[in-house]
Design a protein around this ligand. Structure first.
Ligand SMILES: [Fe+2]
Ligand SMILES: [Fe+2]
Length: 214
């Protein structure tokens, strides 16, 4: 019944530096740690971690191409788990974790402990040193700049002016700087605080250097 890591490896491209199998493995290990701390259902958490980005999450698609990857991955997960003979209530529990993992779509917020753990584990991977690497890599892959000075409008509303690029620094302001406040579980909250500080220090320093202040 347990989904095998080697089986899952085949669902992902290893050449995607942001949403490839390395990311999935990090989410898997952090989610397992959170699940043990919270006495959550380990089989559901591990299956959801391995399946959560399995369809439509390729970084090269950009935000538009990745818009519904949580739904596409949930559909893929249903096929896999039905083939494995999982009972319907446990399939639905995994699918809820997958559908609820996106920052950019809050229409189905995480309601179960297992879904909260998958959300937390996935979001911890955008913070800290790995958060810096992934955020910069994402923009390199989609050929967007790492730093552009944000417009007044973006700073006030989070919406770019016409023609304004969404740089990695914009992503830090728009999303990454808020992620630590979205954690659900105590251990994730603790890890997020520390990782947030590292990430914030990096982007604050980057902006200062590129503005000529340092
Ligand atoms: Fe995702
Ligand atoms: Fe993910």
């Amino acid at each position: 019944m347990t989904i095998d890591i080697e089986t899952a490896r085949a669902w992902y491209t290893t050449s995607d530096p942001v949403h490839g199998f390395d990311h999935v493995l990090r989410v898997y290990h952090v989610a397992e740690r959170l699940a043990l701390a919270e006495s959550a259902d380990l089989e559901i958490v591990c299956a959801a971690a391995l399946l959560h980005d399995a369809e439509g999450s390729a970084t090269s698609g950009g935000n538009e191409g990745r818009r519904s990857h949580h739904h596409e991955s949930a559909e893929f997960a249903r096929q896999v788990l039905e083939t494995e003979g999982w009972p319907e209530p446990r399939i639905e529990a995994v699918l809820h974790c997958i559908r609820a993992h996106r920052f950019r779509d809050r229409s189905e917020p995480p309601q179960t402990l297992e879904a909260k753990i998958i959300f937390d584990a996935d979001k911890l991977d955008v913070l800290g040193a790995i958060g810096v690497v992934r955020t910069v890599a994402y923009n390199v892959v989609i050929e967007a700049p790492v730093y552009v000075e944000p417009s007044e409008q973006f700073l006030k509303t989070g919406v770019e002016e016409p023609g304004e690029a969404h740089s990695s620094y914009h992503e830090f302001l728009f999303k990454l700087s808020k992620v630590k406040d979205l954690m659900h579980t105590p251990l994730a909250r603790q890890l997020a605080e520390e990782r947030h500080q590292y990430l914030a220090d990096f982007f604050t320093r980057l902006a200062a250097e590129l503005c000529g202040e340092l």
